[in-house]
Every structure is written in structure tokens, then in C-alpha cells.
Design a binder for this molecule. Structure first.
Ligand SMILES: Cc1cc2nc3c(=O)[nH]c(=O)nc-3n(C[C@H](O)[C@H](O)[C@H](O)COP(=O)(O)OP(=O)(O)OC[C@H]3O[C@@H](n4cnc5c(N)ncnc54)[C@H](O)[C@@H]3O)c2cc1C
Length: 428
């Protein structure tokens, strides 16, 4: 006889496994289905923020066995220079996704979750239950928690266009000798995104490149790996959603993690949001006696996150568009202000949501930006505008007596001096 599960969870990534872990802990009969037998490879940087560690600890999960490296220093490079975020606690804890995801799944299985390897191809709501149709079998549950990732077929079933609002990222596990215990985020390699180097100890580095602008970044990634003096491994690409889906729930079905579009469009962080939304979906089961209550309970608790990530989508345009492409070219960056760096750390810790950010950025732009520009950068800015022929015509005319060769040489010198000073003062 077919078993009727309280909840069927499709996908055993962080979203699915945490949903299964919490639901099983609450006493529900849970089935988790993944198309791969675990441990399986997942293209990812494997970077966990402090809020992920806090969430895991609050669920009673201790990561000691699966931590590969810890970065208490994170170097951020943008066109204004290099900046360093430091903390006593690790800002980024690096894991290998095959080990991390397997660890989360085993914890759910220990609490009694059933696990089946099958590829889900469809779902059908039928009166008081949902049929989850796999390649090998059909499974029956009262509710479905869809955690089937960025290419979610269940998100599509709910009517979402999963190709819209997605970034593209490529990564590889590289080998050689680079910095251990230091994570690098470099915004100068690609427009509308960044590249990263996360150490995994033992001469392994997770290196990747991702952008809101969808393209094939293999060649750029290989160049980046070689520039760091490392050897690339297999290169894998995968989308990252950058905006919550339009439809998150339907009768008896809710979307969590990447399937729901819950990743941070500024940082590409998705693991925390996956685990957090998975836990909320499982909690929504507890207080629901019918499908409407289940959907409403989930929506009510997930709403602040949706608001936060939707706002982050617009802030990402500010970060990559205004801060990096415009302010950075003038030698300025919000990263150069200690209060902004602290705010970024606070967001990574989960101490605040993004709605705090605009206030700080506005403060910086209105109060500190123009002053800094006047104090340090006026000459540099004028030269730059002139060399790049972007100055208004009257200014170019005014400076015409100087030969452009002279100006270019001077500008190159000042720039080299400027960036080496910047790198010296912030270097690790
Ligand atoms: C290159 C790259 C680097 C990244 N780096 C980071 C980082 O450093 N830190 C961070 O926080 N986030 C990072 N992210 C984002 C992060 O990987 C995701 O947000 C996170 O994995 C989402 O978790 P999830 O459980 O929702 O989905 P996933 O981890 O994608 O898990 C989905 C699961 O569903 C299964 N599945 C899919 N379809 C089916 C089906 N039809 N039937 C059955 N099973 C199915 C898959 O096999 C998979 O196991 C990165 C993403 C990419 C692409």
C-alpha cells in the first residue's frame, strides 16, 4: 500500500534537508526525494556567513566535521582599491557542498525522514493530497515543500518563469598555492558581479565568477585561476535566482530556497536563505489544519525575507552600478567608509536587514562623498575624465594646451601611485 506522508520534500539541498530535519523533529512523517544519491557535487562557493552558522547552531547542528577553512579576513577589491573586512569570528566559513549537504541530509535521516532517489517530473494536487510524480514512482503527501533548486520544475508548475531574474555563476576547484584563511572578492574582473577565491585548505581553492548579466564566463574564470597562479579543475556553471518568485505558494505546495527565488542578489548568498525558508515551511506545517492555513502561515513568516531580498535586488543595482562603475571610477567607494564595512558585516551576521543600507548609502553620498571627492580626488577625477574623453567639451578645450601624451603618462603614474598606496594601506 502507498504511504501517505505528511510532507514530501523535493530536493535535498540545504533548503530541503533543513525542512526535513525540522519537520521530522516536530513529529511529521516526511519523505525527501532527490534525483541524486548523496553525497553529490553542487556548483557553489561553499561560503557560509555568520548568520548561517548561528541558524545551524540554533537548530542544534554543529559543523565541526565539515568545515574546510575559516576566513576572519575578507579582501574586497573594487575599482576604488582594496578593502579588508576583519572580525574575531569567521566572516566566511568555507565548506565543500558535497560534504555539507550530506551532513544536513544525514541529520534529517537520523530523525526518521525517509529518503528516495528519483527525479520528480510533475506534481498534481488531488483533493486532500498531492501526487508527486517521479521517473520511477508516484509518491503521495498531504503537503509538498519544493526545494528543487534554481531550475525548479515545481516553481514552473506554479506558473513562474524560472529563467527570469537569475544570475549566472561558474566555479571550479583549483589547486596550488594561494592564501589560506583569507577570502577574496574581486569586483574588477566582471561587470555586474564579482569573482571569488575561497580557501578549502590542503592547497584547494573554490574559485568562481558570477554576474547578474547572464553569459558564459568559462574563459574569464580560467584566466582568473591562472592569474592567481593556480590550476583549474572541472568548470561548472549554474544559475542563482536574484528575485523572489511571483508565486511562492499554491494549494498544498510551497517553494523554499532557490526554488522560491530566495538568494541575495548582491552577494549571491543562497545557503542561509535556503535553510531559513526550509525551516519556516516546516514550522508552517505545525500550525496548519488545512491548505489555506499552511500557505498563509508560510507566507506570513516568509514575507519579511521577501521584502528584504526584493529591496536587495534594487540595492544590487546601486552596488554594481553606482558604487563600482561610477563612484569606483572616481576613486571612491562606500567600502572605504568604516561604518559601511561594519554595516556589511552586520548584514552578513544577520544583525540587520537590507533596509538599513539605503540610509547609510545616502549618508555617505550626501555627507562624506563630496567632501572626500574634494579633498582627495578632484585632480584625479579631472584627469580621468579628460583621458577617457568623457569630460564636457568646454573642459577638454580648457586643458587642450597640455599634450594628451603628457596627461596620459601623468595619469598612469598617479593611478599606479594611488592604487599601490591603497593596496599598501589595506593589504593583508
Ligand atoms: C557557482 C555558485 C556559487 C555559489 N556560492 C555560494 C556561496 O558561496 N554561499 C552561498 O550561500 N550561496 C552560494 N551559491 C548559492 C547556493 O548554492 C544556493 O542558493 C543554494 O544551494 C540553494 O539551496 P537549495 O537547497 O534551495 O537548492 P540546491 O542546493 O540547488 O538543491 C536542490 C536539490 O534539488 C535536487 N533536484 C533538482 N531537481 C530535482 C528533481 N526534478 N527531482 C528531484 N530532485 C531534484 C537537486 O539534485 C539538488 O540536490 C552559489 C551558487 C552558485 C551557482
Amino acid at each position: 500500500m502507498d504511504i501517505m506522508y505528511d510532507a514530501i520534500i523535493v530536493g535535498a539541498g540545504p533548503a530541503g534537508s533543513i525542512a526535513a530535519y525540522v519537520a521530522s523533529k516536530l513529529g511529521f512523517k516526511v519523505l525527501i526525494i532527490d534525483r541524486f544519491r548523496f553525497p553529490r557535487f553542487k556548483p557553489c562557493g561553499g561560503g557560509l556567513t555568520q548568520k548561517s552558522i548561528l541558524l545551524l547552531r540554533s537548530l542544534g547542528l554543529d559543523l565541526n566535521g565539515v568545515v574546510r577553512d575559516e576566513c576572519r579576513r575578507v579582501v574586497v577589491i573594487n575599482s576604488a582599491g582594496s578593502f579588508i573586512l576583519t572580525d574575531n569570528d569567521p566572516i566566511i566559513t568555507v565548506v565543500s557542498r558535497d560534504e555539507f549537504d550530506n551532513y544536513l541530509l544525514s541529520n534529517a535521516l537520523e530523525l526518521g525522514t525517509d529518503y528516495i532517489v528519483d527525479r520528480v517530473v510533475n506534481v498534481r494536487t488531488n483533493g486532500d493530497h498531492v501526487n508527486v510524480i517521479g521517473m520511477d514512482n508516484t509518491y503521495i503527501g498531504r503537503y509538498v515543500i519544493a526545494a528543487d533548486g534554481a531550475n525548479s520544475i515545481i516553481a514552473k508548475y506554479l506558473g513562474n518563469d524560472i529563467r527570469r531574474n537569475a544570475a549566472m555563476a561558474f566555479m571550479t576547484i583549483a589547486h596550488g598555492n594561494y592564501f589560506d584563511n583569507i577570502c577574496v572578492i574581486d569586483m574588477t574582473r566582471i561587470k555586474w558581479g564579482y569573482s571569488w577565491i575561497f580557501p578549502r585548505s590542503g592547497g584547494e581553492y573554490d574559485i568562481g565568477i558570477g554576474s547578474i548579466h547572464w553569459d558564459n564566463y568559462r574563459t574569464q574564470l580560467i584566466r582568473y585561476v591562472h592569474d592567481a597562479g593556480l590550476r583549474e579543475g572541472e568548470i561548472r556553471g549554474h544559475p542563482i535566482p536574484i528575485k523572489p518568485r511571483e508565486r511562492i505558494t499554491s494549494k498544498r505546495i510551497v517553494l523554499v530556497g532557490d526554488a522560491g527565488g530566495f538568494a541575495d542578489p548582491i552577494t549571491g548568498e543562497g545557503i542561509f536563505y535556503a535553510m531559513y525558508s526550509g525551516a519556516l515551511a516546516a514550522l508552517a506545517l505545525k500550525h496548519s489544519s488545512n491548505p489555506t492555513e499552511f500557505a498563509n502561515n508560510y507566507l506570513r513568516t516568509i514575507r519579511p525575507l521577501i521584502k528584504n531580498l526584493s529591496l536587495a535586488y534594487y540595492l544590487s543595482l546601486g552596488t554594481y552600478g553606482i558604487d563600482h562603475l561610477v563612484m569606483g571610477r572616481l576613486g571612491l567607494s562606500a567600502f572605504s567608509v568604516a561604518s559601511t564595512r561594519n554595516l556589511i558585516k552586520k548584514v552578513m551576521k544577520g544583525g540587520t536587514w537590507y533596509h538599513q543600507m539605503p540610509i547609510s548609502i545616502i549618508k555617505f553620498s550626501i555627507l562624506k562623498g563630496p567632501r572626500l571627492m574634494l579633498e582627495k580626488n578632484t585632480a584625479r577625477m579631472i584627469f580621468r575624465l579628460l583621458i577617457e574623453d568623457k569630460a564636457p567639451l568646454f573642459l577638454r578645450f580648457f586643458f587642450k594646451p597640455f599634450s594628451s601624451h603628457f596627461l596620459s603618462a601623468l595619469w598612469r603614474f598617479l593611478r599606479r601611485l594611488g592604487s599601490s598606496l591603497c593596496n599598501l594601506s589595506y593589504s593583508v
